[in-house]
Write a protein that binds this ligand. Structure first.
Ligand code: PAF
Length: 268
């Protein structure tokens, strides 16, 4: 019999808020730092890179899985969101995180969403201009999760760059103790940014999707990018430039995809 070389420790799933919060003082007493990676599940390599970064920079890593209904402006989008819980736990465990927080809706939204975190400026452009209330839902759930986590550091992917900037701003505005850490976008070899939504694309859609990144990156102007995307069969929601980056949102196969590239990469 071939001996097993490494035995993977399965992450412990915690479903209640006190179940996690009572552990935090114990970690503090032992001088351990806590890293936190909030997710909505459907774990892919992009999430794994955040988890691995957290594992390398902290003593304990907590990953949350919660498909947050308040950030979906379209009920179909919420209902179709991929749920792959058992696979998620396996991948999270392999990446080295020791704990998964999997709260239920009633517990997290005990106020029935009466209390809402709203940002008045950046949240109104780009995705915010097309997804009414989306960032209220994101900021509200992230504030709850950050406060519950008691984390020293929390990790967010730059694919959702607007989300990252808003969370970073919220942490500063509300004097949160958690440091908000941006992590680079992970891409397929084709250039397509990794996203849970990619799983919803048809085979044809998957073949076409890399053109989103190519046109965003290679076009000389935002007008050119829009035209090329439309000509390639994407329904363009926006292409805009902010923070020295070019941002895009498109629909393909009725699946909404977003991406962004630093302007220094433009034309490369
Ligand atoms: O980026 C996401 O997956 C979600 O917006 C987040 C940060 C987990 C909040 O629900």
């Amino acid at each position: 019999m071939i001996p097993e070389l490494s035995i993977m420790e399965k992450a412990k799933v915690i479903t209640t808020i006190p179940g996690w919060r009572e552990k935090v003082p114990e970690f503090r007493k032992e001088g351990k730092t806590i890293g936190f990676v909030p997710t909505m599940g459907a774990i892919h390599k992009g999430h794994i890179s955040l988890i691995e970064r957290s594992v390398s920079e902290n003593d304990v890593t907590l990953v949350s899985i919660f498909v947050n209904p308040t950030q979906f402006n379209n009920p179909d989008d919420f209902n179709n969101y991929p749920v792959t819980f058992d696979e998620d736990i396996r991948k999270i465990s392999e990446a080295g995180a020791a704990y998964v927080f999997y709260p239920d809706h009633e517990d997290l939204y005990r106020d029935n969403y009466r209390y809402v975190i709203s940002e008045k400026s950046l949240s109104k452009i780009l995705c915010g201009a097309f997804r009414t209330g989306h960032f209220d839902g994101v900021l509200t759930v992230v504030l709850k999760l950050l406060l519950i986590s008691g984390a020293d550091r929390a990790y967010f992917g730059e694919k959702d760059y607007q989300q990252f900037k808003l969370i970073e701003g919220m942490a500063d505005a509300f004097f949160l103790d958690t440091k908000i850490i941006p992590c680079p976008i992970l891409r397929e070899p084709s250039g397509l940014a990794l996203s849970s939504r990619n799983a919803l694309l048809s085979e044809q859609g998957k073949a076409k999707a890399p053109l989103f990144y190519q046109h965003l990156k290679r076009s000389a102007t935002i007008e050119e990018a829009r035209k090329k995307l439309a000509a390639s069969g994407f329904e363009v929601e926006y292409v805009e430039e902010h923070f020295n980056r070019r941002f895009g949102a498109v629909y393909l196969d009725s699946v909404r995809l977003i991406d962004n590239v630093p302007l220094t990469l433009k034309g490369v």
